[in-house]
Design a protein around this ligand. Structure first.
Ligand code: BTN
Length: 283
């Protein structure tokens, strides 16, 4: 593992054919317009998991907005204990340290805020094709393009910090994907048919998170929740929610202010679902 925070690359940002280019983090930082997200960036060619490293930095007192970026992860983690495929130089893997003034019960608002920023960033490349699958998958054509893993540390009354981990399939070719994810994953390369400049995407995403996080702090969750709902994939559809050995079936209504999925079950009772995998059923 090597922290190359101070190394700057001279590679051309548009040179995305042939050998994959490393991200130029110094240039990225210079061109970020926000004051918080990305003020400190820790960049690695390879790491276990950016979330784990961000957690160590958080425990050591790192500032809010610190970003950990890696070109590849040997132990990239997804939700529900799954593995996150993290091949080198083709995608984006990053974690952002936030110290929100929120009650632990509202921690999911951070995930939903990030899903909106992520959907907006993807939307800029493929307008009208992006959907959010509750709670935080970014889908295009029903296939997963990006995911969010939020890990929080709390004391009894408040959140100490939140690690917002984001993985985006950018230039991940179908052939390079392991067979087990090929059927359900996609990438910007696969959808647009052309390689995407990762640095430009990353800049857009970090600026979007800076803006959406500010909105959450200043205006609360309501406006963001509306934007989240506008991207929500299966509103009004019958879905099955699976969590371990528990299955709930009903019609997806949307989310509440804690980010819980609201499901109208077959006996007409509205249920709040806090975790699980949502699978659409035929209508
Ligand atoms: C999911 O959809 O299951 C969440 C995937 C989150 C993956 C990202 S990649 C960067 C960060 N570090 C990790 O180990 N996981 C997250």
């Amino acid at each position: 593992m090597s922290d190359v925070n101070t190394v700057s690359s001279s590679e051309d940002p548009d040179a995305i054919e042939g050998e994959p280019a490393a991200l130029d983090v110094a240039r990225l930082q210079q061109t970020l317009t926000g004051s918080r997200i990305g003020a400190q960036v820790h960049y690695f060619r390879e790491i276990g998991s950016t979330n784990s490293h961000a957690r160590e930095l958080a425990e050591a007192g790192a500032a809010e907005g610190t970003v950990v970026i890696a070109e590849s992860q040997s132990q990239g983690r997804g939700r529900l204990g799954r593995r996150w495929e993290s091949p080198a130089f083709s995608n984006l893997y990053l974690s952002i340290l936030l110290r929100p003034k929120l009650a632990p019960a509202h921690a999911a608002q951070i995930t939903l805020m990030a899903a909106v920023a992520l959907a907006d960033a993807v939307e800029a490349y493929i307008p009208g094709q992006v959907a959010i699958k509750w709670p935080n998958d970014i889908l295009v054509g029903n296939k997963k393009l990006a995911g969010i893993l939020t890990e929080a540390s709390c004391d009894s009354e408040c959140l100490r910090y939140v690690i917002l981990g984001v993985g985006i399939n950018v230039n991940y070719s179908r052939q390079a994907m392991p067979p087990e994810i090929r059927r359900r994953a996609t990438s910007l390369l696969e959808v647009t048919g052309k390689p995407i400049d990762r640095e430009t995407f990353l800049r857009r995403l970090l600026q979007g998170i800076e803006r959406c996080y500010g909105e959450l702090e200043n205006a609360g969750f309501a406006a963001l929740a509306q934007r989240w709902q506008s991207y929500f994939a299966w509103r009004g559809r019958r879905v099955r929610v699976e969590l371990l050995d528990q299955v709930t079936i009903g019609t997806a209504q949307g989310i509440d202010r804690d980010g819980a999925l609201l499901l109208l079950d077959d006996s007409g009772v509205e249920r709040r679902i806090l975790a699980g995998d949502v699978i659409p059923l035929e209508n």
